[in-house]
Design a protein around this ligand. Structure first.
Ligand code: PGA
Length: 245
């Protein structure tokens, strides 16, 4: 049985003090909760959380283990402060920091090698959807960054489908749009790794998930939870989302 996951992506929000308050208010309702917080907070938050209930996530990493890479943060560093998950390939990183599929594949490898769980993000622009190339494009992202993995490593990877037009816009994908893409992605995984492996991969939906739409989205057979941005910054909203399974 694949895991149901409610993951929060705080992005570049909250001061340390505000973050500590938010962290203390998030209630775990028996699904896996992952909080992806800014780098400077990870060490302290790692000591504050009950790791049985909440996993700490980073929003990025660098693929090298150590060395002269000023400003970057490695997987061994993240591991040493209790991080369990790492978001890789968020569309904001792809867009603003020009992260390529090949570079993201390196990050996925480093994350798995360090024993952490990658949350690999993929998703199309509105233009790509309007052109009708969205399925091919998103499957291509998966092929390019994940299809070199062994089945065993793929099973340790979480995928987050986040249509760019739905991120931070208040325009959520409809349940049908989300289910349709998640099924296409699972079929794509099955075409390479077989149905049994594909059925074990958690595929999260992200893009304007909130307390009001989470339940219907999570009820879709191939939607295994959410990667939540804006709504993860409000404890009650995020708790409601995590209770929506
Ligand atoms: P959003 O962001 O929930 O604010 O749309 C989701 C994400 O970027 O992960």
């Amino acid at each position: 049985m694949r895991k149901k996951i409610a993951a929060g992506n705080w992005k570049m929000n909250k001061t340390f003090e505000e973050g500590q308050i938010l962290l203390s208010e998030v209630v775990n309702p028996n699904v896996q909760v992952v909080l992806c917080v800014p780098f400077p907070y990870l060490s302290t938050f790692g000591k504050m959380i009950d790791t049985d209930k909440v996993s700490l996530g980073a929003q990025n990493c660098y693929p090298k283990a150590s060395g002269a890479y000023t400003g970057e943060v490695s997987i061994p560093m993240l591991k040493s402060v209790g991080v369990g998950h790492v978001i890789i390939g968020h569309s904001e990183r792809r867009q603003y920091f020009n992260e390529s599929d090949a570079f993201l594949a390196e990050k996925v490898d480093a994350t798995l090698e360090g024993g952490l769980t990658p949350i690999f993000c993929c998703g199309e622009t509105l233009e790509q959807r309007n052109e009708g190339i969205h399925f091919d494009f998103v499957c291509g992202q998966i092929t390019n960054s994940l299809f070199h993995l062994s089945a065993e490593d793929l099973k340790k990877t979480v995928i987050a489908y986040e249509p760019i037009w739905a991120i931070g816009t208040g325009v959520t994908a409809s349940n049908d749009q989300a289910q349709e893409m998640h099924k296409v992605l699972r079929d794509h995984l099955a075409s390479k790794y077989g149905q049994e492996v594909a059925d074990e991969i958690s595929i999260l939906y992200g893009g304007s998930v909130n307390g009001a739409n989470a339940q219907e989205l999570f009820a879709c057979p191939d939607v295994d939870g959410g990667l939540v941005g804006g709504a993860s910054l409000k404890s009650r909203e995020f708790t409601n989302i995590a209770k929506s399974f």
